[in-house]
Design a protein around this ligand. Sequence first.
Ligand code: ADP
Ligand code: MG
Length: 326
Amino acid sequence: MAALGEFALIRQYFAAAACAAPRPGVALGIGDDCALLHLPPGERLAVSTDTQVAGVHFPHDPDPFLLAQRSLAAAASDLAAMGAAPLGFTLALTLPAAEPAWLEAFARGLDVMARACRLSLIGGDTTRGPLNINVTVFGSLPAGQALLRSGARPGDLLCIGGPTGEAAAALPLVLGARAAVGAGDAQLLARYWTPQPQLALGQALRGLASAALDVSDGLLADCGHIATASGVRLVVEAPRLPLSAALRAAAGDQALTLALSGGDDYVLAFTLAPHAVSALQVAGVPFHIVGRVETGSGVALHDGAGRDITPASSGYQHFGGADGQA
Ligand code: ADP
Ligand code: MG
């Protein structure tokens, strides 16, 4: 980066950020060739990386304050899904130009989400090019306690950590196809730009959940990953899905469809044995029971009477068996 100077930019906006301050667990932060992380004995390092590309993951010319929050949240959500405690993150930033106002707002947004997630900025890379944000997150968890996708068992309940569909309902607002009006639309936009990774829920699920992931590609699609990894069938009961008032108001009769197949939710979906429900309730983290685990394969959608209403449209075919039904 020429205009501002790569090193001045890193120093001013990132090394000096509050989220880059020293903390336990980070033995060495920004400034050398590598950061050094400290893990207590018996802990494992959880690592995940996430890239956001202009025009693909977000519209061109986004608000940098919001973009930074969304980029970090999307990556941190993977730590939540694993049950990891947040530690730090690196930021590989590709920018078309070094504009101080843009960088200042971006760094401020990064700080907001880093504080909310208790993640420290420990390093990164800064280059010139089309806008691209890569965040790698690091977390820790006791050996053997990671929440994998592969442990769901028939008889378990299927749960989600919050309502789905709101981020998808925000898309017309994000893309400028519709103007935002009222508190409901503000809620949808917040869900899209500033999702809150469910880190407390993920850690509460250690030792309780049999499988977990974060919903980023749509609830049915992501449940399909648990079904495949665990060798089971997941049944989603449509009437149990929490549909927010904001989602209903914006999406009308498409609300259920968005809750099932819209993306960018960043809430956790997990399975747990029925006897673990009370222990999770004691932990005080909100969750909704939305279905169950059976023998078989794929994902099915049931109505309130137990009838199979799995969408047969081509968009859903890969969730089910050979005939497109689970
Ligand atoms: P190197 O050339 O050894 O990869 P750099 O010159 O790219 O190192 O970066 C110098 C230091 O600044 C490193 O510690 C690196 O992790 C950090 N850094 C670079 N870009 C960023 C950024 N966007 N955010 C945070 N830290 C960064
Ligand atoms: Mg470098």
